[in-house]
Design a protein around this ligand. Structure first.
Ligand code: NDP
Ligand code: GDR
Length: 361
């Protein structure tokens, strides 16, 4: 693209991460610190500590004391703080990861989700412009496979039409288009990473994968006797967050800003995730309310109940997501390293270790 800024020519490597305290923010901060960046993160004021995922970085003298990582109080709903932080930090790369990121919660916090995930992205872009940095900053937007929503095409790629199915996805749709618009209108180097689900031992505890591995680990130590879940039939393309933050960084190192799908190309149901997790601890499952059980299973002591509870269903569900990341492989040279088996294994091992260390976790 002609006239697009080229922050790559700058010798400064200063990254600003919104959402640094989240799953992806923590892995991205690690990656960028390893690459020699000065990393700045925006954190929210909270009545309890919310820096657990980055504490190891903050305590590391190499990052905090030597000035490699700095945290700033701020919020995506507060334009003035965004302008102040960007004006002070003068980042060369901005990674916008902050979001109310829970799809089911977005049905209850719809306006707030629009404010943070949609308008918040606009505020951040405008803060960059207010500081006259639009021609030197490279901008990454955490777009999502939820944009595809209702199935129009499988697998989903960059050209697949969007059909959002939640207030979260609608807010992210606005963010996707405002990033595209600012790229075209102001020649900003701005990219949408359309990332499919990615998980890790640091995944928030109310997302389905982590809810499952935590519960199964609790069952293993005898502190829980059943799991309650919602729709077991939906299918997801699950990768590892550690792999996916590499793709974010790669997107900002190209000559031309573009949007990319990031996915594994493998899809599994929630039911399969549950089965694989229980297999890890050598237990079998009674599915309650699904009519799927073998006769006689109930009598075994090695059997655990998985109950379907309607309260975890969404008003509109995304039935299946399967990504085609061919463009990322071709242009960025990005391929995922962790597959489904390895992901479940890593998450189960981490939660088993956590529960053994702290049974009330
Ligand atoms: P998390 O929910 O783990 O992290 C979200 C981050 O945003 C947290 O640091 C949170 O702060 C912060 N945040 C929330 N609201 C605000 C606000 N009003 N102002 C400032 N910061 C705020 O999400 P992930 O790390 O999993 O995801 C990162 C981004 O990628 C999100 O935008 C998500 O929507 C998107 N995404 C995620 C995918 C996934 O599978 N993980 C897939 C595709 C896109 P606090 O810690 O205080 O709550
Ligand atoms: P998702 O992730 O909605 O895909 O959004 P989540 O893990 O919440 O749900 C995945 C699927 O599991 C079904 N499900 C349940 N979900 C939760 N949370 N809790 C349950 O008990 C449960 N039972 C079944 C859901 O109905 C759904 O079909 C994630 C987030 O990280 C978004 O921010 C991101 O944009 C998308 O992934 C890609």
């Amino acid at each position: 693209m002609e006239g697009v800024n080229n922050g790559l020519n700058s010798s400064r490597k200063v990254a600003l991460i919104t959402g640094i305290t989240g799953q992806d923010g923590s892995y991205l901060a690690e990656l960028l610190l390893d690459k020699g960046y000065e990393v700045h993160g925006i954190i929210r004021r909270s009545s309890t500590f919310n820096t657990g995922r980055i504490e190891h970085l903050y305590l590391d003298p190499k990052s905090h004391m030597e000035g490699k990582m700095k945290l700033h109080y701020g919020d995506m709903t507060d334009s003035s703080c965004l302008v102040r932080i960007i004006g002070m930090v003068k980042p060369t790369e901005v990674y916008n990861l902050a979001a109310q990121s829970h799809v089911k919660v977005s049905f209850e916090l719809s306006e707030y989700t629009a404010e943070v995930d949609g308008v918040g992205t606009l505020r951040l872009l405008d803060a960059i412009r207010a500081c006259q940095l639009e021609n030197s900053v490279r901008f990454y937007q955490a777009s999502t496979s939820e944009l595809y929503g209702k199935v129009v095409e499988i697998p989903q790629k960059e050209t697949t039409p969007f059909y959002p199915r939640s207030p979260y996805a609608c807010a992210k749709l606005y963010a996707y288009w405002i990033v595209t618009n600012y790229r075209e209108a102001y020649n900003m180097y701005a990219c949408n990473g359309i990332l499919f689900n990615h998980e890790s031992p640091r995944r928030g505890e109310n997302f389905v994968t982590r809810k499952i591995t935590r519960s199964v680990a609790k069952i293993a130590i005898g502190s829980l006797d059943c799991i309650q879940l919602g729709n077991l039939d939906s299918k997801r393309d699950w990768g590892h967050a550690k792999d996916y933050v590499v793709a974010m960084w790669l997107m900002l190192q190209q000559n031309v800003p573009q949007d990319f799908v990031i996915a594994t190309g493998e899809m599994h149901s929630i039911r399969e995730f549950v089965e694989k997790s229980f297999k890890h601890i050598g237990k079998t499952i009674i599915w309650e309310g699904t009519g799927l059980n073998e006769v006689g299973k109930e009598e075994s002591t090695n059997v655990i109940r998985v109950k379907v509870n309607a309260k975890y269903f969404r008003p509109t569900e995304v039935e299946l997501l399967l990504g085609d990341a061919t463009k990322a492989k071709t242009v960025l040279g990005w391929v995922p390293k962790v597959n489904f088996e390895q992901l479940v294994y890593d998450m189960m091992e981490a939660d088993l270790a956590l529960m053994k260390k702290n049974p009330s976790a």
